[in-house]
Design a protein around this ligand. Structure first.
Ligand code: PEP
Length: 256
């Protein structure tokens, strides 16, 4: 973390978990543990249908609600899809885009991710843009090239001012939901490379201000070590964000 230049952001990704009742129970359980966490922003990205309920449940807490995806068009014949404007309208403030599960199971391409980022920024949503390599790609030694490519493709066409609303989450695919965390050094190295890539695209000022999260089995035990890396400015947290005690402990680690 580097609080002098940029915000720390801790974001939960609930994926396809927790109905409305569970959402309310989670809010009741975590709110007393949240404290003021003045050093970092906290976000919870929940399934579409729970966004209004989550916004209501957290209305008196310093925690923003986000979505886990959106479509890139602003209306049209796309059965089952949701626009960025619809998300904003029901109270979402953030949206996760390009998560590896969406790339893998729904064939989401870098091109589509870029269009989604533009659609989300256009209506005032902050975007959490996920990039990350598979185990095979890491073993082939192409992690840095691949991540640089994903970052460039995602950010194509965005100007400096748009970049103020972009967070990049480095999520090695082999560490998501597997219990295998990248070591703090491995994660820190790739996050530094992301900042280097952004510096080449936008210059030092934009790169220095960019929040870069690590995601991949971050938990209450390893959060402090990961967050101590100078280029890791927060976390995108799946499994541990479903447990109020664990999620609160990660937020606490970001506030030390
Ligand atoms: C994620 O889904 O973005 C994630 C990081 O999941 P987990 O923390 O469970 O690995």
């Amino acid at each position: 973390m580097n609080l002098k230049y940029r915000k720390t952001v801790i974001a939960g990704n609930w994926k396809m978990n927790n109905n409305l009742t569970a959402t309310k129970e989670f809010a009741d359980a975590i709110k007393p543990k949240l404290g003021r966490h003045k050093w970092c922003d906290v976000v919870l990205c929940v399934p579409y249908v729970n966004i209004p309920g989550a916004v209501k449940a957290f209305k008196d807490a310093h925690l923003a609600i986000g979505a886990e995806n959106c479509h890139y068009e602003d209306h049209g014949a796309f059965t089952g899809e949701v626009t960025a404007d619809m998300l904003r309208d029901v109270g979402a403030r953030y949206v996760i885009l390009g998560h590896s599960e969406r790339r893998q199971y729904y064939n989401e391409t870098d091109f589509a991710v870029n269009k989604k980022i533009k659609a989300a920024l256009n209506v005032g949503l902050k975007t959490i843009v996920c990039v990350g390599e598979s185990l095979e790609q890491r073993e082939y030694g192409v992690t840095e090239e691949l991540i640089a490519y994903q970052v460039k493709a995602a950010l194509t066409g965005l100007d400096d001012s748009a970049m103020r609303h972009v967070i990049i989450a480095y999520e090695p695919i082999w560490a998501i939901g597997t219990g295998k965390t990248a070591t703090a050094e491995q994660a820190g190295e790739v996050c530094a490379h992301i900042r280097f890539t952004v510096r080449k695209m936008y210059g030092a000022r934009v790169a220095r201000a960019l929040t870069i999260q690590y995601g991949g089995s971050m938990n209450a035990k390893n959060a402090a070590e990961l967050l101590a890396q100078p280029d890791i400015d927060g976390g995108l947290i799946g499994g541990a964000s479903l447990k109020p005690d664990d999620f609160a402990a990660i937020i606490a680690a970001a506030n030390q």
